[in-house]
Design a protein around this ligand. Structure first.
Ligand code: ADP
Length: 272
């Protein structure tokens, strides 16, 4: 009897612990849903007034720019720049919300990834050169078709190359794309300020910003790399970084060559 009683007590204890754990997990999931909904609502509420504010501001500057007194033009330009920063932050937050809610998926289409990558890096060449930096691109054609979501690929490349420009003060940036087995490999290498070893594990965390003075001297939200990682993950790939403080950093994105996605609604004829 004692043995049975002992077993019974243990079973009750286990059942109780299990129920408590489930309740905790459900409460956490509910909290997570509430947080996501909150972000989504706030971001949406911010987006419309921002658009209505920035549109006329940039139209006015474009139309009357040179006719305005210097100090007025300076203030309006500053307001526009900061408004656009806020708009980027809101858009990044909304993008996270939709990824978290499972609404975002990579729509892979056959894409000339080397040409697209070179074009995107080229967009930032002027900014690099203005900062006295070299930006070189090595993206030879691939020997077979590659399938990526071009809109997402654009964000991945622009985030990494913009960071390289932002956190490099002398030297330059090398962007390259090549095939490695079944993967496409993008590398963005810079001769910048580098990342302290202790910060490497935090690099792709949301809102992480470098602690060094060189890193802090640049504007940022700490969302760029986190978003890049989410987008790479949606492609079934991974992004990694190596770095040496004072020498430079290299970011490597590896995604499968991929296949075209089935059109929405799936195949017309269900397989048996
Ligand atoms: P942000 O640049 O807006 O701060 P990111 O998520 O793009 O946010 O980057 C997070 C942090 O990682 C940056 O604050 C910076 O400290 C560091 N970092 C990113 N890219 C580089 C780079 N190429 N070189 C040195 N540090 C970098």
């Amino acid at each position: 009897h004692e043995l049975l009683a002992g077993q019974f007590t243990a079973a009750v204890r286990n059942a109780r612990a299990y129920a408590e754990e489930r309740a905790r997990a459900e409460a956490l999931a509910e909290l997570d849903r509430a947080k996501t909904a909150f972000f989504a609502n706030v971001s949406h509420e911010l987006r419309t007034p921002l658009t209505l504010l920035l549109g006329p501001l940039s139209d006015t500057l474009a139309a009357a720019g040179t006719a305005l007194p210097d100090d007025v033009r300076g203030s309006l330009t500053l307001a526009l720049r900061n408004g656009q920063r806020l708009q980027r932050l809101v858009n990044d937050l909304l993008e996270f919300v939709s990824i978290e809610a499972g609404r975002a998926s990579a729509v892979r289409v056959e894409t000339d990834v080397p040409a697209l990558t070179a074009e995107l890096a080229g967009v930032l060449r002027a900014a690099a050169e203005r900062a006295g930096l070299r930006l070189s691109v090595d993206c030879p054609p691939l020997d077979r078709p590659a399938y990526v979501d071009p809109r997402m690929w654009e964000k991945i490349v622009l985030n990494l190359v913009a960071n390289a420009v932002k956190y490099t003060f002398v030297g330059g940036i090398d962007v390259s794309l090549r095939a490695d087995g079944d993967s496409l490999v993008l590398t963005v290498a810079d001769t910048g300020v580098g990342i302290p070893r202790a910060e490497l594990p935090l690099l792709f965390e949301r809102f992480h910003r470098g602690s060094g003075t060189a890193a802090r001297s640049r504007e940022g939200t700490g969302l760029g790399l986190a978003l890049a990682r989410e987008l790479v993950t949606l492609h079934g790939g991974e992004v990694t970084a190596t770095s040496e403080p004072g020498v430079g950093s290299t970011f490597t994105v590896r995604v499968p060559f991929g296949e075209p996605d089935a059109p929405a609604g799936g195949p017309a004829v269900p397989s048996p």
